[in-house]
Ligand binder design. Structure first.
Ligand code: NAD
Length: 351
């Protein structure tokens, strides 16, 4: 088996990995602090029934590194971190388990700030907050920024405008066809914004009720399973899973733009170059979906929604910078986003 330090080096050179084990509550968790050059590492806690320790380790290392890039490219005074609790959120979650997890977060003394993610709700975060103050994204009534999903959708919507301008010369959604994969918290908020802006929608979700809601509310056309990759549209918006743009799906794509909220949409960065060759404009996911993080970061200094949303709107400008850099350097938009983030990290490195 590969040495853990070698593994960490290959996954992006994380500063710290904390293994959290509490026998009485059954807690098995990992906290990864990837990089604190620009500030404390902020990132959600995911609770998931991973098939193995290896799967949990991969997830936490990959996700925490992505948080560093997301914060850096978004000009936030934050580093990148993430945590995973190994377990089934529906069966294994308890107040004791969340409290034990919170003690581990607290032990890091603020190097890591936790927020919600898949399997961890706003309510769970309130329990965690009883044991540690290193928490973000808690409810509005307590001075937090609440559910980040509407802010994420707002950011995706603003970034999509830059994409439309790049491809069609104007940012109007009027008459444009958008296919959304995943009508969850972000997908449904995005659908509302797009519908109000005049776009026509194709929607897909494994939950038929969410699709039915979109048909009723926005006159959307339902799409089944893999058909969402094939549908002839202007924008394909992945808002469900990661890794969906791969060697197989790329052949089917019939869109001009890929712009959605899902994390790690591309199987790898090579795929970004193939998208370029196919003349499909890719909006780098961690730039486009940073609205939720920007919203949470605002709350660290006293939350003001108007100010937060103004900052989120800048995703439009950031996207334009990335498109310009991609052209001048003859690199993919994915690589251009990485370059911007790395430039900011380098400038922030302590000497
Ligand atoms: P969510 O769980 O509310 O919604 C995801 C939806 O995708 C669910 O309705 C689910 O049924 C659906 N889905 C799952 N597999 C599918 C498939 N194969 N085909 C179609 N639909 C499928 O999650 P969310 O908070 O809306 O987040 C969506 C994506 O955006 C995730 O990848 C998340 O990591 C990312 N993201 C979310 C935020 C945020 O603020 N919530 C911020 C940044 C990134």
């Amino acid at each position: 088996m590969m040495d853990l330090f070698e593994r960490i080096k290959q996954e992006g050179g994380h500063e710290q990995l904390l293994v959290c084990s509490d026998a009485s509550s059954g807690l098995k968790a990992l906290i990864a602090v990837h990089d604190t050059t620009l500030g404390p590492a902020l990132g959600g806690c995911r609770m998931w029934p991973y098939a193995s320790f290896e799967a949990a380790l991969s997830d936490v290392l990959r996700l925490s590194r992505a948080m560093t890039y997301k914060a850096a490219v978004s000009d936030l005074p934050l580093g990148g971190g993430k945590s995973v609790i190994w377990g089934d959120a529906a069966k294994d979650k308890s107040k004791d388990l969340l409290e034990a997890f919170a003690s581990y977060v607290d032990s890091l003394g603020g190097r890591y700030i936790v927020a919600e993610d898949v399997g961890i709700s706003l309510e769970d975060i309130e329990w965690v907050r009883e044991k540690t103050s290193y928490v973000a994204g808690f409810s509005v009534k307590d001075g937090g920024s609440g559910d980040p999903s509407p802010a994420t959708a707002h950011g995706v919507f603003c970034g999509m405008k830059a994409c439309l301008e790049e491809v069609y010369g104007k940012s109007s959604f009027e008459g444009k066809r958008v296919a959304i994969q995943g009508m969850g918290k972000v997908g449904s908020a995005l659908a509302k914004l797009l519908h109000e802006a005049g776009a026509s929608l194709y929607v897909s979700d494994i939950d038929p009720e969410l699709v039915a809601n979109a048909i009723r509310d926005y006159g959307a056309d339902p799409i089944h399973g893999h058909e969402v990759y094939r549908v002839d549209c202007d924008i394909f918006a992945p808002c469900a899973l990661g890794g969906i743009i791969n060697e197989r799906s790329i052949e089917s794509l019939s869109c001009r733009i890929i712009a959605g909220s899902a994390n790690n949409q591309l199987k790898d960065l090579e795929i970004a170059s193939v998208l370029d060759e196919r003349n499909i404009l890719y909006a780098p996911d961690y730039v486009l979906n940073a609205g939720g993080l920007i919203n949470i970061a605002e709350a660290l200094e006293g939350y003001d929604q108007e100010r937060a949303y103004q900052k989120i709107s800048k995703i439009y400008d950031r996207m334009k910078t990335i498109f310009a850099l991609s052209k001048t350097e003859s690199i993919s938009t994915g690589r251009a986003a990485d370059l911007l983030a790395e430039k900011r990290l380098k400038a922030g490195k302590r000497v």
